[in-house]
Write a protein that binds this ligand. Structure first.
Ligand code: NAP
Length: 350
């Protein structure tokens, strides 16, 4: 442990590195499409903290050349109106990613909204399909905060494999996905929540501690194992100041490394959201191309039903027009590339 206290795991420099890679991808996308990728941010009603978060996201988009599109829905609007607005964004080919600002008005069921988002545009990983992919260890979209909590460890060179990790919090957007990600990194993980008996014992046991409870001062220095690495995800306002869930001053005297609040997980969350958006945009390019190949094959089968392996000579364009054989070949070549191996500068971001 460094003399004078724990090493600070700052999110800012890592976020800058990720934004640099995202900017490169955005430039490539813009060259190919003549327009920037688009992130739609849906907000239903004006909740003060979510307005602050919203402006941070839009500023982040601006910095890297992504077009941030604010979709404001009246706070009095019905659930059906909100779902309809999301469905319109799903089918808008110019929109590459969608996030819906939480919290929603109490009259609107979260599940209806979450289910309405196209999983391919769900860049904050809240749709059940993406949650399931994470659970099964496949590549989907990760919830950005949970992703940031683990990415800050990886990019700071903290060894995760084989470590005992305790996660405090089991929400669908932070605690549980962070736990699954830590398992994926080969940590041995304990998840704690408000009904956990003897939280102190699980905290003391942890070599890596991720705290996402929304309770300032929940974890104090005397509860910790010496040398623990702490990721404090909490964001709380106490006496006008933003603090985490961990009592920073007492914890930094015992921990070997700790994320500050603010300045730790927060900046990285925003940068990763942008990286997810670019990944969505590049993935959608491949999807469109694959869909076109499917049409090509269909046309070929129509043209020569008795010759399943016959070479493809023509393709139908989006409006039913015929394409040339040359463009068909080009489409085929691109479609054989795996979507997960997209030609992305930010591919280092998992
Ligand atoms: P949440 O949905 O309220 O979940 C909180 C979790 O903490 C629940 O699982 C809850 O247990 C558990 N918990 C609460 N009090 C506890 C206690 N005394 N002991 C043990 N567990 C306790 O909150 P969230 O959305 O996951 O967010 C968690 C924190 O992260 C909040 O402070 C939020 O502001 C912050 N956050 C930060 C970022 C960022 O970018 N840094 C982004 C999103 C959220 P039960 O399940 O039993 O209720």
């Amino acid at each position: 442990m460094p003399r004078g206290g724990a090493r600070l795991l700052q999110g800012g420099p890592i976020a800058a590195e990720i934004r640099g890679a995202v900017s490169e991808d955005v430039a490539t996308y813009r060259e190919r499409h003549g327009r920037p990728p688009v992130l739609a941010v849906v907000i239903c009603g004006r909740d003060a903290p979510s307005m602050v978060y919203l402006h941070q996201i839009l500023r982040g988009c601006e910095k890297v050349g992504i077009e941030g599109r604010l979709v404001e829905i009246d706070g009095e609007a019905s659930e059906a109106a909100l779902v309809e607005a999301i469905r319109a964004l799903n089918v808008d080919p110019a929109v590459n990613g969608i996030i819906v600002q939480m919290p929603l008005p109490p009259t609107i069921r979260l599940r209806s909204v979450v289910d309405a988002i196209d999983p391919a545009k769900d860049i904050d990983g809240i749709h059940p399909l993406n949650a399931g992919l994470l659970r099964l260890g496949y590549d989907g979209f990760l919830p950005a905060t949970a992703h940031a909590a683990v990415e800050i460890l990886r990019r700071s060179g903290i060894e995760i494999e084989g470590k005992r990790a305790t996660v405090i919090g089991r929400s669908a957007v932070v605690g549980m996905p962070a736990a699954f990600l830590l398992v994926r990194e080969n940590a041995t993980v304990t998840v704690c929540h408000s009904r956990t008996r003897d939280l102190a014992r699980h905290v003391k046991d942890a070599e890596i501690l991720v705290v996402a409870a929304g309770h300032p001062g929940l974890v104090r220095g005397e509860m910790l194992r010496r040398g623990v690495v702490i990721v404090d995800v909490g964001i709380n306002v106490v006496d006008g100041a933003i603090v985490g869930d961990v009592d920073f001053e007492s914890a930094r005297r015992v921990a070997s490394a700790i994320t500050p609040v603010p300045g730790g997980v927060g900046p990285l969350t925003n940068a990763l959201l942008l990286a997810h958006l670019v990944r969505a945009a590049l993935g959608q390019e491949v999807q469109v191309e694959v869909a076109e190949v499917a049409e090509v094959v269909e046309v070929a089968a129509d043209a020569a039903p008795d010759a399943a392996d016959a070479p493809v000579v023509a393709a139908r364009g989006p409006a039913g027009s015929r394409k040339t054989a040359a463009s068909t070949v080009a489409v085929r070549r691109v479609a054989t590339a795996s979507p997960s191996a997209s030609r992305s500068a930010s591919r280092g971001v998992r």
